[in-house]
Ligand binder design. Structure first.
Ligand SMILES: OC[C@H]1O[C@H](O[C@H]2O[C@H](CO)[C@@H](O)[C@H](O)[C@H]2O)[C@H](O)[C@@H](O)[C@@H]1O
Length: 607
């Protein structure tokens, strides 16, 4: 039943988010937090797993057709979908008001534009990701669904009726008519949530986003794409704690029908750190400060116990489980909740965290002694562990390796800390860490570089390439004009790009191990799409080595992959010409912003 991934638009209240299809169906919503159980899980199954569709009533009783037009209202997260029907035009305004002291709400206002259009709302709530059919009853005009810890309340002035375990409303709108529907969540043991005020909520929601966007300091040629990406990143931020989810979904597949289905509703140190850097570069200091506070709380304790990811409030227990009753998006099984990568060793996260703290320092974010103490402790940990094998940036589920990118990022962590000590802001073992920095650099250049092919490699001694190597010049490990950097960029262009010019993370086909047996580096079956972040990194590198026209063309091709409301998933399936992976994905929108800033600075646009 679910549409293509790019058929969805995001609305959210910075504590959770919903995906609304072009057909007016809300097919994904977790309440009350991003990582709570879904009330609508139709995205990963069928209508039986929960949805809420509002749209023109089909004369023959079928589902509404896709909307003819969709857009966000200005620079906001308020979605407008419009249908032209034989009887007239109708608009639906969908949004989630940022929470203050009220319950989480999803508001849908139906507005007649012209003619008289017959409409239908069909609401099927299924708690626990489509597993539990709640008990639904009326309390006055309110409809309430209750099961276990959850209650969801439907409020509307339209008449409702129940049929086939679904709550319906059939009504007609003419020009200027507005009929509002609101669902609110409340813990089932608590009193009913207050009656919503949808029109007032619409005003405050639009005001909130307009004011938030005013802070943006980027006014270049890609402003529309940058602002939409920033709004998306803000929507993925869990306001009470400052934690940032990698995406609001679980198990949207990296390969349609495949097993590469992961839960992204957590805060990865890596993803959050790069998000923070983009926010800082575009003027959003408050979010950066809040994330730094989140980080200090989450990682508090012995650096030996640091995890690469946490729950949005800093939770450590993220055990991975499979939801057997869900058939998966277009049959992509298993559907997973929790994420086993939480227990991995990924040495690159030290570099990404320190880089984000360093940028905060450089851009004048108020000094925080604990942040500096944390930075010193992280380097103390790296001193003892940087020579270990790890699972790396891609969180492979195959054997640990000496991933070159991990070592480069270890170098970044030490380099930025040496600079911090040199600035006189903190004390630390300067000479020892300068030597450590040199030692890491020497080892990477010796063991991670293939002289014959003039390219860095995925791991020490391997012949494989890896798109994370594109970060070498961006991190300042080597200058862009170094022949080894140029060789690596060209090798990746030759060997890791799809026919339509986008970049794969690494080859997913098997390579022969030392013992002659075939071994897939990520330990997983199947293949995956081009990784959008890596494709943006290639555009960055091309700009850095002076091939700015090529960089701009690639960037603009990437912009063209965004859906009609400017959103990107994690990957692009070139064969099917479809977005794949969790959606929308911070790790795609962050490099979009970064590349836009780089191209703008280099004057490479509009050539
Ligand atoms: O490819 C296998 C791994 O895929 C996921 O990780 C990816 O998403 C993360 C969040 O955006 C990102 O930080 C990481 O670089 C990506 O590889 C998944 O979360 C892992 O469990 C899985 O092993």
């Amino acid at each position: 039943m679910a549409g293509r991934i790019e058929d969805y638009a995001l609305i959210g209240d910075m504590q959770t988010a919903a995906l609304i299809g072009r057909d007016g169906s809300a097919d994904w919503l977790c309440l009350p937090r991003f990582d709570s159980h879904a009330v609508f899980a139709g995205l990963l199954g069928t209508e039986e797993h929960g949805f809420w569709r509002v749209g023109p009533a089909h004369p023959a009783g079928g589902d509404p057709p896709p909307a003819d037009r969709r857009r966000y209202r200005g620079d906001s997260l308020v979605l407008e979908s419009e249908w032209d029907t034989p009887r007239g035009t109708v608009r639906i305004i969908d949004f989630m008001p940022p929470r203050e002291n009220h319950a989480p709400q999803l508001v849908r206002i139906v507005e007649g534009v012209s003619g008289r259009v017959r409409m239908r709302s069909a609401l099927r709530m299924r708690f626990s990701y489509g597993w539990v059919v709640p008990w639904v009853h009326k309390e006055g005009r309110r409809t309430v669904a209750v099961a276990g810890p959850d209650s969801v309340w439907l409020d509307t002035e339209a008449d409702t009726y129940g049929k086939d375990l679904t709550t319906y409303s059939d009504f007609t709108v003419g020009p200027g008519d507005r009929v509002a529907f609101t669902i609110s969540w409340e813990a089932s043991h608590r009193p009913a949530p207050e009656l919503p005020e949808p029109e007032e909520a619409l005003r405050t929601t639009e005001d909130f986003w307009r004011e938030w966007v005013e802070t943006c300091t980027y006014h270049g040629p890609y402003r529309e794409a940058v602002v939409r990406s920033l709004i998306t990143l803000k929507a993925l931020t869990y306001a009470p704690t400052g934690g940032i989810v990698a995406a609001p979904t679980t198990s949207l597949p990296e390969e349609i029908g495949g097993v590469r289905n992961w839960d992204y509703r957590f805060t990865w140190l890596r993803d959050a750190a790069i998000t923070l850097s983009s926010l800082l570069r575009t003027g959003y200091r408050e979010e950066a400060r809040a994330w730094r506070e989140w980080l200090l709380r989450a990682v508090a304790g012995d650096p030996e116990n640091l995890q690469i990811m946490y729950g949005i409030a800093g939770e450590r227990e993220l055990s991975e489980a499979e939801l057997s009753w869900l058939p998966g998006y277009e049959g992509s099984k298993p559907v997973r909740v929790g994420n086993g990568a939480a227990g991995q060793l990924q040495l690159d996260v030290y570099g990404e965290m320190v880089e984000a703290l360093h940028l905060g320092h450089m851009t004048g974010l108020a000094r925080n002694d604990y942040a500096q103490l944390l930075q010193l402790k992280l380097i103390g940990y790296l001193e003892d562990h940087w020579e270990e094998k790890d699972e790396g940036i891609w969180e492979v589920r195959g054997p640990r390796r000496h991933f070159v990118h991990s070592k480069v990022m270890a170098w970044v962590a030490v380099d930025r800390t040496v600079k911090l000590i040199e600035s006189g802001d903190v004390d630390g073992p300067l000479e020892r860490w300068r030597n450590l920095r040199d030692e890491i650099h020497r080892q990477v250049c010796e063991k991670g570089y293939d002289k014959e092919r003039n390219t860095f490699t995925q791991s020490y001694g391997s012949k494989e390439l890896d798109a994370s190597l594109l970060l070498i010049p961006q991190m300042g490990f080597l200058p862009p004009d170094d022949k080894r950097v140029i060789g690596t960029i060209e090798a990746i262009q030759r060997e890791l790009t799809t026919e339509d010019g986008f970049v794969l993370r690494y080859p997913t086909s098997s390579e022969a191990g030392a013992d002659g047996t075939a071994e897939n580096v990520d330990g997983l079956a199947g293949e995956e799409g081009a990784f959008l972040a890596c494709s943006f990194w290639l555009a960055d590198d091309l700009a850095m080595i002076g091939r700015v026209d090529e960089a701009r063309k690639l960037f603009e091709k990437l912009l063209a992959l965004r859906n009609d409301v400017g959103l990107l998933a994690e990957e692009w399936d070139s064969a099917r010409q479809r977005q794949v992976g969790n959606f929308p994905q911070a790790f795609s929108h962050v490099p979009l912003i970064d590349t836009a800033l780089r191209l703008t600075a280099s004057g490479a646009y509009g050539v």
